[in-house]
Design a protein around this ligand. Sequence first.
Ligand SMILES: NC(=O)CC[C@H](N)C(=O)O
Length: 366
Amino acid sequence: MKYEFKPDAVLMLEDGTVFKGKAIGKIGTTGGEICFNTGMTGYQEIYTDPSYYGQVVVTTASHIGNYGVHAQESESAKPSIFGLVVNKFSDTYSRANATEGLQQYLTCHDLVGIEGVDARQIVRHIRDKGAMNCVISSETTNPEELKAYLEKVPDMKGLELSSSVCVSEPVFRGNAAAKYKVAVLDLGIKESILKQLLKRDVYCKIFPAKTDFSVIEEWGADAYFISNGPGDPAAMDYAVATVQKMLETDKPLFGICLGHQILARACDVKTYKMHNGHRGLNHPVKNLTAGTSEITSQNHGFAVDPESVKSAENLEVTHINLNDNTVEGIRVVGKNAFSVQYHPESAPGPHDSRYLFDQFISLINQ
Ligand SMILES: NC(=O)CC[C@H](N)C(=O)O
């Protein structure tokens, strides 16, 4: 629905800072960890990426909604973000093949948001102060009520969220007669990752995050894939145990983002919560094996601890971030297992890193 008159809305950060604007989406109150994405396109893919579950997203792109929503551009069945913060929001859209407007889409999915705030000021604030929770409301501007709501928003550190967003039963994707069979551990997988696998003649069986390894093994896959997903990898001992058992089989294994963090933990390496995450489409990464660099799409708030990687004899760092030297890729020495912190499926984002899917297939061919 389009509001004739936009109700007031307020955004309150955990440190007490308040921003006033107008309501978008559903009239209501919401809370989560506030984070920013610096991408200039791809809002629909961002809002529907399950890795954002529990988070309120601020986009630095100053116009949001102007190209509407396209039914085939979602990364999952519904938006995963818990709220959104926008500078200029467009109720109307101009794109011939858009299927609906963003306001209609957000309202239909009960999503609460705020527009008309200085998004870049908010980004600079959280960039300096670090990750924190927030509340957005178009129901109340009473500071005491807002603070009471904020107190109930859980801290992202220590949160296990994959089991809230993964499939509830095993699901098959692709053609059963395809050349390769890959068992996918679903920690909150993006649709575009599956598309990249299917395109390479892969038949996937997607298993819920907490599936026992014996059940996964029974299917007799050629290789394993560990997906992206929301939450803190340090709170996911169950997935670490599954990946350790996968490594014992010596079958090829590829992990993306949360899957990368879990592979590192399976090799006794620690993860930590970053001051601010990496979320955007232009993060420069160096491939240390090839000596080349790539521009990558990223979305993570936790990372692999560089000191603990150095002391792990069984791990080699294959990629580093050229902005801050964070660990972007690892390989398990003596195994066909590797992972990256960034998103080679890049939806949205540049396609520089899609070679990693080919690398996975060549490991299966070997
Ligand atoms: N995109 C992802 O898989 C995110 C991984 C993890 N939840 C993090 O924030 O670091």
